[in-house]
Design a protein. Sequence first.
Length: 764
Amino acid sequence: MKLVTLLGALLVAGTARAQTPPTKPVGKDSTRRDTVATLGGMRVTADRDTRPALTRLTMPVSASVTAKRVEETVNLMDTPDAVKYLPSVFIRKRNNGDTQAVMGTRVWGVSSSARSLVFADGVPLSALIANNNTIGGPRWGLVAPEEIDRVDMMYGPFSAAYPGNSMGAVMEITTRLPDKFEGSIAQSQSLMPFDLYGTNTTYGTSQTSARVANRFGKLTVSLSGNYQDSKGQPLTYVTGATFPANTTGGYAATNKLNAAANVLGATGLLHTQMTNAKIKLAYDITPTMRAAYTYGFWQNDADAGVETYLARTGAPSYAGLAGFASGNYGLLQQHNAQSFSLRTDTKRDWDVEVVGTSYTMDTDRQRFPTTAAATTPTFGDAGRVAVLSGTGWRTADVKAAWHKGGALAAHTVTFGAHVDQYTLSNPTYNTANWRVSDPVTTTVASQGDGKTRTTALWVQDHWRITPMLRLTLGGRYEQWRGFDGLNVNGSTRVTQPDVDASRFSPKASLAWTMSRDWTLSASVAKAYRFATAAELYQLVTTGVTFTSPDPNLKPDNVLASEVRIEHAFARSRVQLALFHDDVHDAIISQFQPLVPGSQTFYSFISNVDHVRARGVELVVSEHDVLIPGLELSGSATYLDARTLATSGRASATAPANAAIGKQLPNIPEWRANFVATYRPVSKLAISLGGRYSDAVWTTLDNADLNPNVYQGFSAWFVADAHANYRFGTHVSASLGADNLLNRKYFLFHPFPQRTYSSSLKYTF
């Protein structure tokens, strides 16, 4: 935190010198009003659209949330908390500081991290190195909750400016730049009593965050930092078809397939110490041109422990089970992110944008033992070290817009070019002593390396046919390549052949403002999502879990369509969307026993010939409901997603065609959320929210008939309560509880039980 203190002092000192009137911030045109008035779980009332010009012109918004509404309604510990009430959005946050908080959307659920895109100020946070629930999670830590200005959502691949990864949704986080000296410091705490099987403990999180920013004439400087110390509930369990001989304890249970899976102990009890720091510099070259540079550093120092439920002659025992060994580990991650952007915002004639980004996993290693003692709760010295150091990506985008006449232009033509390269470096080494912080490694146990590269050109024209009717036509051409693939498993070494593909994706949307209160839009788009480096090459052998890649995957091939109608009443707004996705060669990951009845699982990836997802989404918001100051909003989504054709098998034991007509895995049929906010006085906001999802299948043939168990996906309803009070101009405090009704449920992992939270914030 020395850097925070030093820069803070410089910023404060600089206020005395910054006497010249500030340059008008690029994109802060007070005459432009946001046309989006609804957001899932919240309401927006004519807020200025502060997004970059090219983002405004290429990303039609379906839902939004502002920082003020987040502060009033959400128990905010991490950035993903800010979007929990957006329609059809689910963030898989298992604990505070979760590094694997992937986003599910209305058509694609968990295990589909590469089927949605997350940006902050036009810079990608999405980790398109993988399409999974581990390294595929967005880099949320690069955005401090305190710097969020607004969050906007686009559902579906209907803009040519985005790749096929937008087939689920695009989320754009806009952060705040100062007009004068400002800052904040906040302290947050949470406590979670957890009781499941043999674990009965209270886990806590302490977080300190700070932000300071200032404008020096044309230069703005913003610095944010965050330190979080958290302890979380078990993430995994050791299970067995039988109880180990000569032991007592454990809990009789079955798994999602209704096979015996007795719970023998808890693993993955994480103690995480996480540090984020970011500096952002912006310089207004002219009143309409801004250059910006951002550097972010993220460190995660974590240890995972285990808890056995077994005893031998009255003393705790690991019974020699490998699951205890792999669930006990040390993890050190140090990642660096950089971005540079040059943007104009003339709101007439020409606008341009250049963005370059780099993300590097400089240090990323997990060390763990390979053996557990048979009679005592100890581990052997021999172990393994799983390394991701050297993994990373670089992206570059050049975009331009021609919109002569500004908002009243008959044609707004946008076009651009894109290039990215993702590098996966993932060896796992053997070591004679896993206990030391930086073990000496010996031989390679397994390895999965490879790269992908994509280049693209795109163009689209927004044609204002009449003041009431607008047509957007566009297309995106992409060339993709997978190369330098290498897989090692023990003594077997395979160099994978290079693969390449090129595709063109046309887009079309028609929007009709039928009257002041009614709008109707229809969109159709083709999109292709190419396989990630991890899907092609990542080979994982960790404890009792194995992952098998496929270097010959075809891209997801989706034809998406949507009809959306919206009506505004005096105090409310209703939005209804009908959507349909037809997908060929869908890349789907399965999680199955290695052999029938085995407690050893493996994950494999394959193309499913033809799937279809269609549904309806309803979003409603209303203010001053029954009494002044009461605001209600919510959304409900129904999805019918099914397998129509597959040339492969759902599993090694499933009969042919067992998956035909079955619900797609990892996505619920029904989901809903709501939030009610009451402001009895201007300084106090009290909110009650709820989120619901029905049970989720995890197998193509829907064989997992027992969802409310470890590794299953339960139906769940979670209620949250939050109160925020402002003590004058500078001080605010919050109290709340997530999972207020203490619902115990599984989404593969056991999810948090009732969690109490509090925060105190000073703003200056």
